[in-house]
Each structure stands twice: as structure tokens, then as C-alpha cells.
Design a protein around this ligand. Structure first.
Ligand code: NCD
Length: 313
């Protein structure tokens, strides 16, 4: 471990808490974790410790990849996936639930529908808390695996031309990712219908970091110069009014025709799940990286768990 990077006992709540050095440290460790993530090598470096995996919102990849990462490190996992089966339905507060879980395990992974939930949990728990998505807020572990995917595909993240497409208003993945990309001098373009553009406070924060994103509602305008196209799902569950969702549903779709003018080595990413925003015909092209991206959740989450829980390979 480089002498000034030390994650032991730390919470992972927001990309704002990370320096470029921290990100690079986790990516380097994830690289070392790869053969273990694939099951080619074995380690029990966190044997005897317990992870609390609390998911109070639907999840497939994030929950399962945390669980798989934990088992690959020799951890035991306590999994909660249904709020209805916990005392939360009896009126228990999140803070009380977290205080309890904190005494039952050595680290907590939390996904919650409310923005700020992970920060609150981190404040009440002694064990490290890892934010696995808090409402429309942030999703830092997704960002780390996104950066890892870009680095592995492109060699380096520096100065890449990155287009973020879709629901930039409610999508927590793009909130965390755009912040992190400013550390690498990436050129950012935001493509979204006006009502789903990146929130003003995030734009202001990016500007304060020296990044001036270009904004448009037309992918055709910008696809030619893109090195990375990061597509997101419209976050239906976050719309206060279903009629507002209906107005934007199905407004964009990336298919082979849309990619006709793109660079040959453009990579298309998506945190998944997709609904209809990437046509299945793109899956078999060289551009598609989203399934590899989903796998990269395992080595990245192994690196994070080993770092905050103190396991060495
Ligand atoms: C994302 C999420 O939950 O924010 N999914 C994920 O973690 N891979 C994106 C989404 O749900 O659209």
C-alpha cells in the first residue's frame, strides 16, 4: 500500500471523499484481485469476518457482486433484501437498525432509497459503511468499477472524450462518475432531454474543478468524437409524477445505426439494468463493454472490502 493511502476502517460514501491517488490504489488492487475474482486463485484473507449486506431497494448486480466478492475473500455474509422482513416495518429507524447491524458484523454495505442514508449510517456505525446507492444521490462503488473498465479498455482514463447519455437528473451513477472523471481531465458531454439534464449544483461543482461540460439533447451532434459512450436507464421509480415519466420514456435508443459515425474503438458502457436504451444488436459489436463492466464489480468490490476490512492477499 502506498504510504499515504490507507482505507482501513474507512467509510466509502461518496467519490468526493476520494483523491486520484485513492482511486488508482483501488484500481491497482482490483487488478491484483482479478485471478481471485475469476476463481483461478484462492484466498481466505478475510476469513472469520462478517459482512452485513443491506439492500432496501432492488438490486441484482451490486448486491450479488458484493456477495460474490465477499465469498471470494473468505467472508461470511448476512444478507437483507426485504425491508418487509425487518423491524423497519414495525417503525424502527434506519439509525437504530444500523446500530444493531453494526454489532453483528465487521462492515456494512447499504443500499437505500433515501439520498444521504449512507452518510447517516456511516455516522452511527463504528464499522466501515459502504454506500451501494442512496436514492438519486451517489453510487461510488459503481464509479470505481466504471473507471476500472475504462482504464482496462482504453489503457488510460486521462483526457478521454466521454459522453454521458440518458437520465442525468435522477441517475446516481452519472452523478458520482462525472465528479470522479474531473480528476482525470476527461472531457465531458451530457446528452439528455432538457428535463433530465444534469442537476445545476453538480454542474457548478464540476465547473469549480475546471471541467466545463458540453450539454445537448442530440447524440448525433457528439457521437463522432466520443471515446466512451455511457448510457443510462430512465429512472422511472424516482419520478414524482408518472405522467412526467411517460413524456420522456423511450426518447433515446442506441442502435448500430446511431453508432455508424462513431470511432472504431468507441466503447459503450451501461451500469445496467437496461430497458430499451441499448438495442440488443449492439451487444455483439466490439463497442459493447457493459457485461464486462458488470463483471468488474467483483474485483473492485474485493479491493474495497479487503482495504476497509484489513485483508492482505
Ligand atoms: C444502477 C443503480 O442502481 O443506480 N444499477 C447498478 O447499480 N448497476 C443503475 C440503474 O438502476 O439504472
Amino acid at each position: 500500500m502506498s504510504s499515504d493511502v490507507n482505507f482501513f476502517g474507512k467509510d466509502i460514501v461518496s467519490m468526493r471523499d476520494f483523491s486520484r491517488k485513492d482511486v488508482e490504489y483501488i484500481m491497482d488492487l482490483a487488478e491484483e484481485m482479478l485471478p481471485y475474482a475469476k476463481g483461478e486463485k484462492r484466498t481466505k484473507c478475510l476469513e472469520g469476518k462478517i459482512l452485513g449486506n443491506l439492500f432496501f431497494e432492488p438490486s441484482t448486480r451490486t448486491r450479488m457482486s458484493f456477495e460474490s466478492a465477499a465469498y471470494r475473500l473468505g467472508l461470511h455474509v448476512m444478507d437483507v433484501t426485504q425491508t418487509s422482513m425487518t423491524s423497519i416495518t414495525k417503525g424502527e429507524t434506519l439509525a437504530d437498525t444500523i446500530r444493531m447491524v453494526d454489532t453483528y458484523c465487521d462492515a456494512i454495505v447499504l443500499r437505500h432509497p433515501n439520498e444521504g442514508a449512507a452518510r447517516l449510517a456511516a455516522n452511527v456505525a463504528d464499522s466501515p459503511v459502504i454506500n451501494a446507492g442512496d436514492g438519486a444521490g451517489s453510487h461510488p462503488t459503481q464509479t470505481l468499477l466504471d473507471l476500472f473498465t475504462m482504464k482496462r479498455s482504453k489503457g488510460s482514463i486521462d483526457d478521454l472524450n466521454i459522453v454521458l447519455l440518458g437520465d442525468l437528473k435522477y441517475g446516481r451513477t452519472v452523478h458520482s462518475l462525472s465528479h470522479a472523471l474531473t480528476m482525470f481531465g476527461a472531457k465531458l458531454t451530457f446528452v439528455a432531454p432538457e428535463s433530465l439534464q444534469m442537476p445545476h449544483d453538480i454542474i457548478e461543482s464540476l465547473k469549480s474543478k475546471g471541467c466545463n461540460p458540453y450539454m445537448t439533447d442530440d447524440l448525433n451532434d457528439v457521437i463522432q468524437d466520443a471515446d466512451v459512450l455511457y448510457v443510462t436507464r430512465i429512472q422511472r421509480e424516482r419520478f414524482p409524477d408518472p405522467n412526467e415519466y411517460k413524456k420522456v420514456a423511450g426518447m433515446y435508443r442506441v442502435n448500430n445505426e446511431a453508432l455508424r459515425e462513431s470511432k472504431k474503438d468507441l466503447i459503450v458502457m451501461h451500469p445496467l439494468p437496461r430497458v430499451d436504451e441499448i438495442a440488443p444488436e449492439v451487444d455483439s459489436t466490439e463497442h459493447a463493454k457493459y457485461f464486462e463492466q458488470a463483471f468488474n464489480g467483483i474485483p473492485i468490490r474485493m479491493a474495497l472490502l479487503a482495504s476497509v476490512m484489513g485483508g492482505e492477499l
